[in-house]
Design a binder for this molecule. Structure first.
Ligand SMILES: [Ca+2]
Ligand SMILES: [Ca+2]
Length: 194
């Protein structure tokens, strides 16, 4: 089963991502974390319109539903670190067995949902300002660096394709130079692999 172990970089990304999503830091990913994220995003994007706030909240809760379908193995409406690790492993196994098509499609759905949440103007491309507001709500710094890495053709925008590529690399790549590694900021040195 050695081949199916997550690489060290993947494990560090998984741990970093878990810590980021777990907004209240109680060691569990739960709907409350996503509700808080939605509020922080609304603030970060400067959304005051109630209908627009609701739409954003709905996007973020849809994301939780996708994620819990995939990762909440025992269906108790929360994702533990163990479940999170199993989810990343299952993913890697599915992809390395060549049966990863469905897994990849789910990732693409998650990436598209993220894209919609960030592209507040609905222009079909993410500006550096929009992306900066998004990252601020995650307490990620180095916005300019992250944007520059993800904007592969340097045209000053992130497209849906850019975000899908980055999301796939974030989950699946063990290449230290893959741009998608920094989707949620530079990995902190001190983050421990799950
Ligand atoms: Ca939590
Ligand atoms: Ca669970």
């Amino acid at each position: 089963m050695g081949a199916f172990k997550l690489g060290d970089l993947q494990r560090r990304k998984a741990a970093h991502y878990f810590d980021l999503i777990d907004e209240d830091g109680n060691g569990l990913i739960e709907p409350a974390d996503f509700q808080m994220r939605a509020d922080r995003l609304a603030e970060s994007f400067g959304i005051t319109d109630e209908a627009e706030r609701d739409a954003l909240r709905q996007d973020i809760m849809t994301w939780w539903e996708h994620l819990s379908t995939l990762a909440d193995a025992n269906g108790d409406d929360r994702i533990t670190r163990e479940e999170w690790q199993m989810y990343w492993k299952r993913f890697k196994i599915a992809v390395s067995m060549g049966s990863g098509r469905q897994a990849i499609e789910t990732l693409e759905r998650v990436a598209r949902a993220t894209f919609r949440a960030v592209d507040r103007s609905g222009s079909g491309r993410i500006t550096e300002d929009e992306f900066s507001s998004w990252l601020a709500a995650w307490d990620v710094r180095d916005h300019a660096y992250v944007f520059q890495r993800l904007d592969r053709n340097n045209d000053g925008y992130l497209t849906e394709t850019d975000l899908i590529e980055a999301t796939k690399e974030f989950y699946l790549s063990n290449d230290p130079d893959a741009p998608g590694n920094v989707l949620y900021g530079t990995l902190p040195e001190e983050v421990e692999a799950l």
